[in-house]
Write a protein that binds this ligand. Structure first.
Ligand code: C5P
Length: 421
């Protein structure tokens, strides 16, 4: 089982809006939740409609807004019971004093209070009210009851209030609320992946991007690697429940969610950090980095001055990172990559043996529709003989999809190994 933490598009959120001036923030809240990919439906109390119209939320959520408990039309489409079942989370924002009291007392005299009682989904309340009303004993008593009943309270913030008072009672900013909802689903998904994911309890170390070999303090030798494949693999391994460390050369990509990133520049630095990871304990090592084969023998201390028609720079061989790790006694499962322009399969199979890898993924970089800077890739995967696994041809697909298939290939080989030994 594998999980894509970026996909929350199948999650259904009900944003319930109650009567309070903070209702204007709920419009942005709905917008942000939609941006994250959630399905959103809005429920409004009568009080809320005095502050903002259902039409606003209909436009922002892309769904009809629900306002009435006893509405024959709505009941035929999506009445309170269907809404209660549809929701993966009910976020009441803002939550008025009155709604808190209704929830605490178990009243069911309007759509929202009925929905609250009828849903099995987690309910979050974001109280927003005048600071004196917030501090009132009855409000605090109701709040304590709700916490006891398992409701999650998003605490109000302190500050200037619309009524002119200063104190606790402001609804948190909608961007913040939306982020909390997203994090909640990511956390829940991660917890499942850590237990049941294809790479659960594994530490995966991935090298990615190019290396940069200095010539002098301002110049260097490098290549066109963008690091996209390595970063996509890091995300896929994390989604499959692994702990992931990404040793990245200089690239301009955001670190995937949950992944530990170590930035390096040269091949020697990349090797140093890779060896450190081995000491820390590493189960799977995936080498996607386009490591420079050579580095400058003697890096000039000062900027080399322009002089004459020729400049000779002497180069020496860089260490082969993946082969070095593969030679260690307590070695992880080793995955290499090969980018070739001809005899792709033959060269890749040769590298698998020469570098003592367990698996190699190769692509034909002479095809200009895939590879390096492209968002897509197509690969052939070979396994070392002892796994008794057939080669796999991964059809042209996004690097995310290819990464997912590579994770499955690694998991299959590990499983095979466990079964054989
Ligand atoms: O030998 P070649 O560069 O084609 O091998 C590619 C594989 O070896 C990739 O997995 C790459 O990350 C790894 N490699 C390495 N250190 C090097 C050169 C390549 O880890 N110095």
């Amino acid at each position: 089982m594998s999980f894509d933490l970026s996909v929350i598009s199948n999650k259904n959120i009900i944003v319930a809006v109650t009567g309070g001036i903070a209702a204007y923030k709920s419009a942005i809240l709905v917008r942000r939740l939609k941006d994250y990919g959630f399905n959103v439906r809005v429920v409004m109390t009568h009080g809320a409609q005095a502050f903002i119209t259902p039409l606003t939320f209909q436009a922002l959520s892309g769904n009809p807004v629900h306002t009435e408990l006893l509405d024959p039309e709505a009941e035929a489409g999506m009445g309170h019971i269907e809404l209660a079942r549809w929701a993966d989370l009910v976020l009441v924002a803002p939550t008025s004093c009155d709604t808190l009291a209704k929830f605490a007392a178990g009243l069911a005299d309007d759509l929202l209070s009925t929905l609250y009682l009828a849903t099995k989904a987690p309910v979050w309340v974001a109280p927003a009210m005048n600071q004196q009303m917030w501090a009132a004993k009855a409000t605090q008593r109701n709040l304590a009851t709700l916490v006891e009943d398992g409701v999650h309270v998003v605490m109000p913030e302190a500050g200037a209030q619309a009524c002119g008072d200063v104190g606790l009672g402001r609804m948190p900013e909608p961007e913040d609320l939306a982020r909390q909802v997203k994090d909640y689903f990511h956390k829940a998904q991660r917890a499942i992946a850590e237990k049941f994911g294809l790479l659960a309890s594994k530490h995966v170390v991935i090298t990615a991007g190019p290396t940069r070999e200095a010539i002098d303090p301002v110049r260097y030798i490098s290549n066109h690697s963008t690091g996209k494949m390595g970063f996509a693999l890091a995300a896929a391994c994390y989604a499959a429940g692994a702990r992931v460390t990404l040793i990245a050369g200089p690239v301009s990509l955001d670190t995937p969610n949950g992944v530990r990133r170590i930035n390096v520049s040269s091949a020697v630095q990349m090797l140093e950090h890779s060896m450190q990871m081995l000491e820390e304990g590493c189960d799977i090592f995936i080498a996607t980095a386009a490591v420079a084969d050579y580095r400058v023998a003697e890096v000039a201390e000062h900027k080399i001055k322009k002089a004459g028609n020729e400049l000779n720079v002497s180069l020496i061989k860089n260490p082969d990172i993946v082969a070095t790790i593969a030679q260690q006694q307590k070695r992880p499962f080793m995955v290499g990559f090969a980018a070739e322009t001809r005899n792709v399969e033959e060269y890749a199979a040769g590298k698998l043996i020469a570098k003592k890898l367990d698996m190699i993924a190769c692509n034909d970089v002479s095809r200009n529709d895939i590879g390096f800077a492209s968002d897509e890739n197509a690969m052939i995967v070979f396994f070392a003989e002892q796994y008794h696994l057939q080669k796999r041809e991964l059809e042209k697909a996004s690097k995310q999809e290819i990464a997912q298939q590579l994770v499955e290939a690694v998991a299959d080989a590990l499983h095979q190994n466990a079964t054989v030994s």
